[in-house]
Design a protein around this ligand. Structure first.
Ligand code: MGD
Ligand code: MGD
Ligand code: MO
Length: 753
C-alpha cells in the first residue's frame, strides 16, 4: 500500500487579503513584539516622517497620505522589531555544530543579534568581541591579501543608498570591483536586458499610470505575497474595469480574488473583487513562446487592418523591427503552442485585447527573469510594448516588480561589478583615487572564486549569500575555504555557520531603529521600484546598545583597512547628509539630493524612455529577437521545476511554515504537481517522491519531497526556495546576465524508493 502524507494540506477557498490577512497580522505581532508598541510602529511604516517598509519596493502613495495595511509588511517589520535576542549567553549555550542542525526558521526566530561576535574554534562557539578588535582583524586580513581581487563584497538589497555608496567606495579604494549582490539572483536580467532594449535598466511607469491604463498584463509574479501593497492598485484597476491578463503556471489566489482590508464593504460583507480577467497557465519557461505568439498574432492583425501596430512610433523611435518581424513570421504556431502550453486562439485573444488598449502596462517578476534566457524574456516584453508605442505616454510602460526594498537604489549608487568610466571619472574627481579597471565578480563568479580558493575574504553587507544562491552544497564548500568571512546582519542565519578560518558577525541597526551619529538623529534614503528616492527614519530604541549602523561599520572597516584613505570616512558618517552630498557629486542625477528628500514622497530620478529618449548605441529603442522558442534543450522525460516563495517567508527568512493561499499548513516539504501528471507517473497525491536534476552529469543532486496535486500547468512542477536550491547547478544560469535559472530547472521525478 502506498503511504500518503497529507498532513496540513487543505484547499483554501477564501479570497486573498480580507479577514485572513488581519488575523495573520495579529498573530505576527503577538509572536514577535510587545503588543503595546506594535500599532504605533506599524502606523509609522511608509509615512512621511517614518521608516520605509523593508518588505518590498512597491511605491506608496501613503508616503504622503494615510497608513496602508499590509500583512507581509507587518511581518517584515515585527520580525525585525521582535523582543527576542541572541546574546553571548545564547552562543555560549549552543555550539555552531549544534546550531547547524536548527532549521532556517529557528535560527532567525532566535531573535536579534546584540553583540559583535567572532568564532572560537576551541569551544566551537561564537564569542563576543570588542568592535575595535573586530575592525583590526578585518583590516589586517585585507591589508595582507596579495591581490585585492581575492576579496568579495556582497550586498543584499536592504542596504540604504548611504550604506551602499560607502561600501562601493570602500571596495573600490581597496582595489576591486567584486560586487556580488542579490540583484544578480533577481532582476539582473532586467538590468542587462532593458538597457539594450530601451536604454535604461529600470521600470518606466509611475503609480499614476495605473490610474489611466486600459490594460494590465501580469507575468510571473505573485503580488498577494510579495508585493501586497500592489494589490491595492490592482484592486482599484479591476474595479475600474481594466482587464488584467495573467500569465502564471500556478493559480495564485490573490491574482484571482482579493478582498481589500481597507474596504469596509468587502470586509463587512465578506465580498471580494475578481482580479484577473483572464488567467493563462503558461508552462514554466513558456513565456517567450507566449509573447512571440501574441506578437505574431498582432503582426497578422496589422496586415489585415494596418494601424494595429503604431507604425509612426516604430519608424521614429525603434530599430530592428523588420528582422524582428521576419523572425516572428518564421516561428510556427504548433511550436508556440507546444512551448507555451497555450492555444493559438488564446494568444490571439490576448493580441486582440492588446490591440484595443490605448495604454498598456506589463508587470513582471521572477517568473520572467530567473531563467536561462531571462534577459531575452525581458526583451520580448519590451518588444511587445514597443509594437504599439507603449512608452512615453500616460498609462503605459514596463513595470518590473523589484525585490528588496532598496535593491534598485544599491545599483544606482554603485553596487555593480561592471566598469563604468563615467562613475570612475567622478569618483576620481571627488575623492582623488581611481577605481581599478578590472571587471569584478557577480554572485555566481564570486562563489566560483571562493570554491576554487581564489577568493580569500568575503564581506557581506546583509543577506544570506550561501543559502540564497543556487548549488547549496558547493556554496557551503566555498564558504569553508575562506580565510575570513564578515557578516553585517540583524539576525543569525545559516551563512554564519559555514565557517572559514575566521568568521565575524557584526550586528547592525535595522530600518525601524533610531540611528544617532555625532550630528544627531539620521535619516537614510532608498529608491523604490518606480525610481522615487525618499528618506526613511527609524524611531524605535535599538535592539541592543552595542549595535552600530551600516554606514558607521563600513567606515570603521575602511579606516582599519586603508590607513592612507582619501575618503574622510568619519566626517561623512558623523552626518549622513554629507554622504548624500558626495553621492550627488558622483551621480549628478541626484542634484539637490538633501533638499529634494525634504519633500514628502521624495523625488524621481530621470527615466529617459518616459520622454521617448533612448540611451542605446543606436539612439533608438531596439527590437531584440528571442532565438527559437525554448530556453534550453531539456531532456526527454523531464519536468520543469520552478522554485517559489511561500506566503510566510521573506527570501531565506522563514517566518513560519504556512503557505495559506496555496493551502499548505505547517510544512514546506511539498512538490506542487499537476493531477494528470501525477496520474501518468503513477504517483498518488501525498506520496513521497525523489527528484533529481535532469541535466547531463547532474543527477547526483537529489531531493525528497511529498508530491501534492495542485492547479499548475502540465509538465511544470513547483517547490519552495531555498530548500530546492541544490537542484540548480551554479552555472545553470542566464549567460547574458548571470542570473541563476531558479525558475526552470529540468528535473526527473520518481516514487521514493
Ligand atoms: N513577503 C515577501 N515579500 C517579498 C519577498 C519575499 O520573499 N516575501 N521577496 C522580495 C524579493 S527579493 C523579490 S525579488 C520579490 C519576488 O517577487 P515575485 O517575482 O512575485 O517572486 P516569486 O515568489 O519567486 O514568484 C514568482 C511567481 O512567478 C510564477 N512563476 C514561476 N515560474 C514561472 C514561469 O516560468 N513563468 C511565469 N509566467 N510565471 C512563473 C510563480 O508561480 C509565482 O507566482 O518579492 C520581494 N518581496
Ligand atoms: N531557488 C531560488 N533562489 C533564490 C530566489 C528564488 O526565487 N529561488 N530568489 C533570489 C532573490 S530574488 C534574491 S533577492 C536573493 C536574496 O538573497 P539575500 O538578500 O542574500 O537574502 P535574504 O534572505 O533577503 O537575507 C536575509 C538576512 O538579511 C539580514 N537582514 C535583514 N535586515 C537587515 C538589515 O536591515 N541590514 C542587514 N545588514 N542585514 C539585514 C538578516 O540577518 C537575514 O538573515 O535570493 C535569491 N535566491
Ligand atoms: Mo529579489
Amino acid at each position: 500500500m502506498t503511504e500518503r502524507n497529507l498532513k496540513g494540506i487543505h484547499p483554501y477557498d477564501a479570497p486573498a487579503g480580507g479577514w485572513g490577512a488581519l488575523k495573520a497580522t495579529a498573530q505576527a505581532v503577538a509572536d514577535q513584539m510587545r503588543v503595546a508598541e506594535a500599532p504605533l510602529l506599524l502606523l509609522r511604516t511608509n509615512k512621511p516622517d517614518g521608516f520605509d517598509c523593508p518588505g518590498c519596493a512597491w511605491p506608496d502613495k501613503a508616503h504622503t497620505s494615510t497608513f496602508q495595511f499590509c500583512e507581509n509588511g507587518a511581518k517584515a517589520v515585527t520580525w525585525e522589531a521582535t523582543k527576542k535576542r541572541v546574546t553571548p549567553e545564547f552562543f555560549a549555550a549552543h555550539t555552531v555544530t549544534e546550531l547547524r542542525t536548527w532549521t532556517d526558521h529557528d535560527l532567525e526566530d532566535a531573535g536579534r543579534l546584540t553583540h559583535p561576535l567572532v568564532y572560537d574554534a576551541a569551544s566551537d562557539t561564537y564569542q563576543a568581541i570588542e568592535w575595535d578588535a573586530a575592525f583590526a582583524r578585518i583590516g589586517s586580513t585585507l591589508a595582507a591579501l596579495p591581490d585585492p581581487h581575492a576579496a568579495e563584497f556582497y550586498t543584499s538589497g536592504r542596504a540604504s543608498n548611504e550604506a551602499a555608496f560607502l561600501f562601493s567606495l570602500y571596495a573600490r579604494e581597496y582595489g576591486t570591483n567584486n560586487f556580488p549582490d542579490c540583484s544578480n539572483m533577481c532582476h539582473e536580467a532586467t538590468s542587462v536586458g532593458l538597457p539594450q532594449a530601451i536604454g535604461i535598466g529600470k521600470g518606466t511607469v509611475s503609480l499614476d499610470d495605473f490610474d489611466t491604463c486600459d490594460l494590465i498584463i501580469s507575468m510571473g509574479h505573485n503580488p498577494g505575497t510579495n508585493h501586497p501593497r500592489m494589490m491595492g492598485t490592482l484592486h482599484e484597476c479591476a474595479r475600474r474595469g481594466v482587464p488584467i491578463i495573467v500569465f502564471n503556471p500556478l493559480r495564485e489566489r490573490a491574482l484571482e480574488r482579493f478582498a481589500d482590508p481597507q474596504n469596509a464593504v468587502e470586509m463587512g460583507t465578506l465580498g471580494s473583487t475578481r482580479i484577473a480577467s483572464t488567467y493563462y497557465q503558461v508552462k514554466v519557461g513558456g513565456d517567450a513562446a507566449a509573447l512571440k505568439g501574441i506578437m505574431k498574432a498582432l503582426l497578422a492583425a496589422d496586415r489585415i487592418n494596418p494601424g494595429v501596430l503604431d507604425h509612426a512610433f516604430i519608424a521614429e523611435h525603434t530599430h530592428g523591427f523588420d528582422d524582428f518581424a521576419q523572425d516572428l513570421d518564421n516561428t510556427h504556431w504548433d511550436g508556440i503552442e507546444q512551448a507555451s502550453g497555450l492555444a493559438r486562439a488564446e494568444l490571439e485573444s490576448v493580441a486582440a485585447a492588446y490591440a484595443k488598449s490605448n495604454a498598456t502596462i506589463v508587470t513582471y517578476g521572477m517568473g520572467i527573469t530567473q531563467h536561462a534566457k531571462g534577459t531575452r524574456n525581458v526583451q520580448q516584453i519590451a518588444a511587445l510594448l514597443l509594437m504599439r508605442g507603449n512608452f512615453g505616454k500616460p498609462g503605459a510602460g514596463i513595470c518590473p516588480l523589484r525585490g528588496h526594498s532598496n535593491v534598485q537604489g544599491n545599483r544606482t549608487v554603485g553596487i555593480t561589478e561592471k566598469i563604468d568610466p563615467v562613475m570612475f571619472d567622478n569618483i576620481e574627481k571627488t575623492f582623488g583615487f581611481r577605481p581599478p579597471e578590472r571587471h569584478g565578480h557577480d554572485a555566481v563568479d564570486a562563489m566560483k572564486a571562493m570554491i576554487s580558493g581564489d577568493a580569500r575574504v568575503l564581506i557581506c553587507l546583509g543577506g544570506n549569500f550561501a543559502v540564497a544562491l543556487s548549488d547549496t552544497e558547493q556554496c557551503a564548500a566555498g564558504m569553508q575555504r575562506l580565510d575570513l568571512a564578515v557578516h553585517l546582519n540583524t539576525k543569525l542565519n545559516r551563512s554564519h555557520l559555514l565557517l572559514g578560518r575566521d568568521s565575524i558577525i557584526l550586528p547592525v541597526l535595522g530600518r525601524t531603529e533610531s540611528d544617532v551619529q555625532a550630528s544627531g538623529a539620521q535619516s537614510i534614503t532608498v529608491e523604490d521600484s518606480m525610481s522615487m528616492v525618499h528618506a526613511s527614519r527609524g524611531k524605535l530604541a535599538p535592539a541592543s546598545e552595542h549595535l552600530r549602523s551600516e554606514p558607521a561599520i563600513i567606515a570603521a572597516m575602511a579606516i582599519a583597512t586603508l590607513p592612507n584613505s582619501k575618503v574622510p570616512w568619519q566626517h561623512l558618517v558623523d552626518d549622513y547628509s554629507r554622504i548624500r552630498d558626495q553621492i550627488e557629486k558622483v551621480y549628478p542625477d541626484f542634484q539637490g539630493y538633501n533638499e529634494r528628500i525634504l519633500k514628502p514622497g521624495g523625488f524621481r530620478l530621470p527615466l529617459p524612455p518616459t520622454e521617448r529618449i533612448w540611451k542605446t548605441p543606436s539612439g533608438k529603442a531596439e527590437f531584440l529577437p528571442f532565438d527559437g522558442l525554448q530556453e534550453d534543450a531539456a531532456a526527454a522525460g523531464t519536468f520543469k521545476l520552478t522554485t517559489l516563495r511561500s506566503h510566510d517567508q521573506y527570501n531565506t527568512t522563514i517566518y513560519g511554515l504556512d503557505d495559506r493561499y496555496r493551502g499548505v499548513f505547517g510544512r514546506r516539504d511539498v512538490l506542487f504537481m499537476n493531477a494528470a501528471d501525477l496520474k501518468e507517473q503513477g504517483i498518488e497525491h501525498g506520496e513521497a517522491v525523489d527528484i533529481c536534476t535532469g541535466l547531463p552529469g547532474e543527477s547526483h543532486r537529489q531531493l525528497r519531497l511529498t508530491a501534492i496535486a495542485y492547479d499548475i500547468a502540465p509538465g511544470s512542477v513547483g517547490a519552495y526556495y531555498p530548500e530546492a536550491n541544490n537542484l540548480c547547478p551554479l552555472d545553470y544560469q542566464d549567460k547574458q546576465s548571470g542570473t541563476p535559472s531558479y525558475k526552470s530547472i529540468p528535473v526527473l521525478i520518481k516514487k521514493a524508493a
